[in-house]
Design a protein around this ligand. Structure first.
Ligand code: SAM
Length: 280
């Protein structure tokens, strides 16, 4: 196994999901490059494995990549793992893999758990084509603007989200995509208290506000793609326009003007104007 970089997926909550091959490789490599050496050390010791560990995280990956590639070129084998799930998926590893490929080093993957795929497959939403969007921006304006860019996307959307921001994120989905767009929330997937809530995003946002437990633990949000591109675009335009109008006008005045400018029904504009004044 000399000179190979192994990308090893690890469980996202259920130790039984670690593959036999992952176990074998982790027990045999010269070095385990880990996002958090303490956490991976615990995983390895639970498996009765002891291997040298090196931290490779968001802040040092660029600097560490060259040294790891040198070790690979010298014939050593290296396993890359993240804290949980598949490395490189909203996790470190991309720079290291690029550097290894550029150096002509063999790279191979040991596939396994990935929260995005688990949530997608449990969502009940179309899974033949999907967009993985990772984490949305933390700030409301930037988040809404990213969602607006996605509003006419016909493929199913998959997002990672933190408990702190879940309610705001779902409310923004309702504002930008419309309350009726179907969605699903995967919580604590593969763990003992795994939960999947399915329904319109407006309903999911309301539940996140009413049931604080829904915002606890690890969360992945899946949103159906747009069925009607034109109305999705109009809805997104309205979601961009109304906050600007609301800076200067009352909800009622802003709704009337927005209805005139977009051609959308005034009722729909007014409902959204009220929603936006409540959220902001
Ligand atoms: N690379 C990982 C993967 O393959 O799933 C994802 C890493 S990302 C930093 C971590 C995010 O994934 C969490 O904040 C959460 O949004 C999602 N996630 C991880 N484990 C999860 C679980 N058991 N249930 C639901 N979502 C989870």
């Amino acid at each position: 196994m000399s000179g190979v970089l192994y990308l090893v997926a690890t469980p996202i909550g259920n130790l039984g999901d670690l593959s036999d091959r992952a176990r074998q490789v982790l027990g045999a490599v010269d070095l385990v490059a880990a996002e958090d050496t303490r956490r991976t050390g615990q995983l390895l010791s639970g498996l009765g494995i002891s291997r040298p560990l090196l931290s490779v995280h968001e802040h040092n990956e660029r600097a560490r990549a060259a040294g790891i590639v040198e070790r690979l070129q010298a014939g050593q084998s290296v396993a890359l793992v993240s804290d949980a799930g598949t490395p490189l998926v909203s996790d470190p590893g991309f720079r290291l893999v690029r550097a290894a490929i550029a150096a002509g080093v063999e790279v191979t993957a040991l596939p396994g758990p990935c929260a995005a795929i688990v949530a997608l497959t449990l969502s009940g939403l179309p899974s033949d084509r999907f967009c993985f969007e990772g984490f949305l921006p933390a700030r409301t304006a930037a988040r809404r603007s990213r969602l607006a860019q996605l509003s006419a996307e016909p493929r199913t959307l998959v997002f990672y989200e933190s408990g702190q921001r879940l309610q705001a994120m779902l409310e923004d989905c309702a504002v930008v995509f419309g309350v009726a767009r179907e969605g699903a929330l995967g919580r604590e997937l593969t763990k003992r208290y795994e939960q999947v809530c399915r329904g319109p995003v407006g309903e999911l946002a309301r539940r996140a506000a009413d049931e604080p437990d829904l915002c606890r633990g690890e969360l992945t949000v899946v949103v159906a793609g747009a069925e009607d591109r034109d109305s999705a675009t109009e809805q997104a335009q309205l979601a961009e326009l109304l906050p600007k109008l609301l800076k200067h006008l009352s909800p009622s005045q802003a709704a009337s003007l927005a209805a005139e400018l977009t051609g959308l029904p005034r009722n729909a504009c007014y409902r959204l104007a009220l929603e936006l004044t409540k959220v902001d």
